[in-house]
Design a protein around this ligand. Structure first.
Ligand SMILES: [Zn+2]
Length: 120
C-alpha cells in the first residue's frame, strides 16, 4: 500500500492506494475505490463505502447531525460501530482484520482499533 498524505483545514491524514491503483476506504480499509476518497487538499469524493460511510457527508457536522468535528474523529466513530457489528461472525471478523491491515490498523485485545506497530 502506498500512503498518500492529505490535508484539510489544518488536519493531516493518510489515504492508502494499492499497487493496482485502487484506493482504500479510510474507515474500514475496503479496497474499493477507483478515485481517492479525499484528494491531497482534503476534498471528499462524496462516494459511499459498503461500510456505509459517505466521504464529505458523514465526516461533516454541517451535513450530518451525527458527525463530530474532525475528519479522522468521524472515521473512528464510524469504525467503532462497524467493528461492533462484525464481531458477531467469524467470517465478518476475519474480513475486518484483513481490511484494517490495508490502512495500517489492527484490533487490540479489547477490540480497540490501534495503529500497527512499525515493522523494522
Ligand atoms: Zn468503508
Amino acid at each position: 500500500m502506498k500512503p498518500i498524505r492529505c490535508e484539510a483545514s489544518g488536519e493531516a491524514f493518510t489515504i492508502y492506494q494499492s499497487e493496482d491503483g485502487s484506493y482504500c476506504c479510510p474507515v474500514c480499509g475496503a479496497l474499493e475505490f477507483s478515485i481517492p476518497p479525499y484528494d491531497s487538499e482534503g476534498r471528499p469524493s462524496f462516494e459511499m463505502c459498503h461500510c456505509g460511510f459517505e466521504f464529505g457527508y458523514d465526516d461533516s457536522p454541517l451535513a450530518s447531525k451525527d458527525a463530530v468535528v474532525g475528519i479522522q474523529a468521524n472515521w473512528s466513530r464510524w469504525r467503532r460501530g462497524w467493528v461492533e457489528r462484525a464481531v458477531v461472525s467469524p467470517e465478518a471478523f476475519a474480513t475486518l482484520e484483513g481490511q484494517l491491515k490495508n490502512i495500517r490498523l489492527r484490533l487490540a485485545f479489547d477490540l480497540l482499533v490501534v495503529p500497527e506497530e512499525n515493522e523494522t
